[in-house]
Design a protein around this ligand. Structure first.
Ligand code: S6P
Ligand code: ZN
Length: 185
């Protein structure tokens, strides 16, 4: 009975930490990112068990529920495979028109975005930067700094993830370090 009750918060978002009873955690190692980096020889020389990123999420609705919202924090480790920065797998949403917000919490990186015509561009991510990702735009984050890059995300509970398309076709540009600076190539 919640009528007239005064409740203490059970969920905390402090700095780049998300804590609470129903917060779930998932991890991606380099081994989970097979096929996404260009330099396959360099990829083959790196330990498959090395942690690339971890995601803390709060998913209060059943996956697929229309009208609900999910919240998550991603912590992406620094590093490169050859000259290509560590990055998330990247995805379109399964329900194509679903949008999402990302915002930078810590570290430096780039949000790589690609529309349905395969135009690809990047937005610099810094602590406090806010990024609106419209529906129909694939999104992936790269860590261009020397420390952890963390960002928060909020997305609809019926958005879903279409990873297959990015796994098969990739983005139409990659973020590569050239002469010490990141370039989309
Ligand atoms: C979910 C949201 C994020 C990502 C996370 C990892 O829609 O965009 O929580 O899941 O940043 O990226 P990815 O591409 O491996 O799911
Ligand atoms: Zn998304």
């Amino acid at each position: 009975m919640k009528h007239k009750a005064i409740l203490s918060p059970g969920l905390f978002f402090i700095g780049d930490e998300l804590k609470g009873e129903n917060v779930s955690k998932s991890q991606r190692t380099l081994g989970d990112l097979a096929g996404i980096f260009e330099d396959q020889a360099a990829y083959g020389r790196m330990p498959a068990e090395q942690l690339a990123y971890e995601v803390y999420s709060y998913l209060p609705e059943r996956e697929g529920t229309p009208g609900g919202l999910y919240f998550g924090i991603t912590r992406l480790y620094p590093g490169k495979v050859g000259n290509e920065y560590f990055m998330t797998k990247g995805h379109f949403h399964r329900l194509e028109d679903r949008a999402e917000y990302y915002w930078g919490l810590e570290g430096e990186g780039m949000l790589i975005l690609m529309d349905r015509e395969r135009n690809t561009w990047a937005e610099r991510m810094v602590p406090g930067s806010l990024h609106y990702i419209p529906g129909g735009v694939a999104h992936r984050v790269t860590n261009t700094g020397s420390g952890i890059l963390s960002f928060a995300a909020c997305w609809p509970s019926d958005a879903g993830h279409n990873y297959e398309e990015i796994a098969n076709e990739g983005f139409s540009a990659r973020l590569i370090e050239e002469n010490g600076t990141p370039k989309l190539r």
